[in-house]
Design a protein around this ligand. Structure first.
Ligand code: VG1
Ligand code: CO
Length: 544
């Protein structure tokens, strides 16, 4: 079948951000908008011609339509096989798993992650490379450059295909395979964790948990793995039915947006364990009875305990954390005598370290944790890892946390987000900080002496590529740290993120309330960046 060549003209602003191109659905619905970006992928990734491509998304509004467009274009561009999840569904880590397992030339993930879905909300698209991970900056830069000159795209003149039945069929010269989106991923999880031990924990009758899928993509995954394979009580998975608008909610697993779950873990009747994942299944939140595990601590705890799980029994080679993530993982790495890398925000920066075997585990403060089993952060993987630890250690989440802090000290940590800030004001605030940092080392701010201050730049130790302007870091001699950066995933205005951390060695002080304990540092950070004067905001919108 001959491809149709459709003339087009470039759209501004198709530069991928921290994790792909994210815009309002209405922007994506403009004729040619999605097509231009997809064609730019095919034009810059010649291996896809004659190769295999995975396609799937988090099921949000516009997912099905976008997939039909991509299938036609992939076939017209000479892709020979296309693996697509039934119903157009694949979680982000499952795409990564399938790319690796079937050795495909790449994948296209449709998601705006934790951002709301619906006709007036957000949509997103990103390309993952043959290693299963988000394309590195060199690739996203090339795709963006191509979107600026694009003048035609290729498609087929064929009706929509049926994505709801597992099976394979021809579309033009391409073979389409509609797959069970859960099976390969569930099998991978079984190979990493002690399902028998977790099964026994569930059977003991002494352990009560809920998993909140937030009406997003992890519902079918969690039901299959937790309830069907591991024997968790029916209805362990809440909000398990994926919806195009996530039930009107905000599929962001944090203390604010997963409020219903958080409540269930509190008080005398509180659950032993609560967990949640985001829109596309790559984030995780871990809760115990009356306790919340900060993602930065979670990474450190998984690193310190990895040898207790079958998949990581022989130990871990190294760890990495995104720059704003707390230094708790460094403490574990130091004690274990392994390397700990500090990378810019965004999972793509872990790819080379994972591929090269320099690290086994990695994580971000933004509820992202993962390992070399795939090349994306992985929400359910983190939940299963925790369940495996709870089953083996026979301790509560709170006891594991306290033990960890006693052994390594506690890095108190919080992130304050100011959302929907005027873009120019937010950029001016960052520019101002950039001017201040070169002279800060050795000076005092709020009675604490600065040991270093910079605009974080990263040189990838594997390929030498350099990424600059990744956020302002101010480190103090007492181990405290303030980080400022602007979000690269939003679709309206700017989001200013302020990340705060301080270290407490004394176990007698480990049980303090985080926000109270951090109040002095919070005030210093606000004042130093002139947040109120510059943005008009007195308080952050979201505190995690
Ligand atoms: C945020 C997080 C970052 C994460 C990214 C994608 O980016 O801070 O750590 O990798 O989202 O996560 P930003 O630029 O808004 O701070 V997801 O779950 O959207 O794929
Ligand atoms: Co996500």
């Amino acid at each position: 079948m001959e491809p149709h060549i459709i003339a087009t003209t470039p759209f501004d602003g198709q530069r991928p951000g921290t994790s792909g191109l994210r815009k309002k659905v209405k922007v994506f619905q403009q004729p040619g908008y999605l097509e231009n970006f997809v064609q730019a992928i095919f034009d810059t990734q010649p291996d896809l011609k004659g190769g295999i491509l995975v396609v799937g998304g988090d099921g949000r509004y516009f997912n099905r339509e976008a997939i039909q467009t991509i299938l036609r274009m992939a076939a017209a561009n000479g892709v020979s096989r296309i693996l697509v999840g039934r119903g157009g569904i694949f979680s982000t880590p499952a795409v990564s798993c399938v790319i690796r397992k079937y050795k495909t030339q790449g994948g296209i993930v449709l998601s705006a992650s934790h951002n709301p879905g619906g006709p007036d909300e957000d949509f997103g698209i990103k390309f993952n490379a043959a290693n299963g991970g988000p394309a590195p900056e060199s690739v996203t830069d090339a795709i963006h450059a191509r979107t600026r000159t694009i003048d035609r795209y290729l498609t087929l003149d064929v009706p929509a295909v049926d994505l709801d039945e597992i099976g394979s069929f021809q579309l033009g010269n391409a073979q389409i395979e509609v797959m069970d989106p859960v099976a390969d991923y569930a099998e991978l999880m079984e190979s990493l964790f002690d399902f028998n031990a977790i099964h026994q924990l569930f059977n003991s009758g002494l352990f009560r948990m809920r998993f909140d899928a937030m009406h997003a993509v992890t519902g079918p995954y969690a039901i299959e793995i937790l309830e069907n394979r591991l024997g968790a009580a029916p209805e362990t998975v809440m909000n398990g039915e994926p919806k195009e608008d996530f039930g009107g909610g905000h599929p962001d697993p944090n203390l604010v947006h997963a409020e219903e779950l958080v409540k269930l873990t509190k008080g005398p009747e509180g659950l032993d364990f609560g967990a949640a994942s985001d829109g596309d299944g790559d984030r995780n939140m871990i809760l115990g009875k009356d306790v919340f595990v900060t993602p930065s601590d979670s990474l450190a705890i998984l690193a310190a305990n990895a040898h207790l799980t079958p998949g990581y029994r022989s130990g871990i080679r190294g760890v990495a954390r995104s720059m704003p993530t707390s230094q708790a993982a460094n403490r574990v790495a130091d004690l274990m005598g392994i390397e700990c890398f500090e990378t810019p925000t965004g999972w793509k920066f872990f790819g080379n370290l994972l591929d090269d075997g320099r690290i086994t585990l990695c994580g971000e403060e933004s509820f992202g944790t993962g390992s070399d089993h795939v090349r994306e952060k992985d929400g359910l993987w983190a939940v299963l890892f925790w369940l495996n630890l709870l089953a083996v250690r026979q301790q509560s989440v709170a006891e594991i946390l306290q033990d960890h802090w006693r052994r390594f000290g506690r890095n108190f940590y919080t992130r304050h987000d100011y959302e929907g800030v005027d873009l120019a004001a937010a950029e001016a605030l960052m520019d101002h900080l950039r001017l201040l940092v070169p002279g800060l080392a050795g000076k005092e701010i709020g009675g604490m002496r600065v040991s270093y201050a910079d605009d974080f730049a990263y040189t990838d130790p594997i390929d030498g590529s350099v990424s600059e302007h990744q956020g302002i870091r101010i480190g103090f001699e007492n181990g405290s740290r303030i980080v400022y950066r602007l979000s690269g995933t939003g679709t309206a205005g700017a989001t200013l993120r302020v990340y705060l951390e301080f270290f407490e060695a004394d176990p007698a002080r480990h049980e303090q309330d985080t926000q109270e304990a951090m109040q002095p540092l919070i005030l210093i950070a606000r004042e130093f960046a002139q947040i109120e004067t510059r943005t008009g905001r007195q308080e952050p919108d979201v505190v995690t």
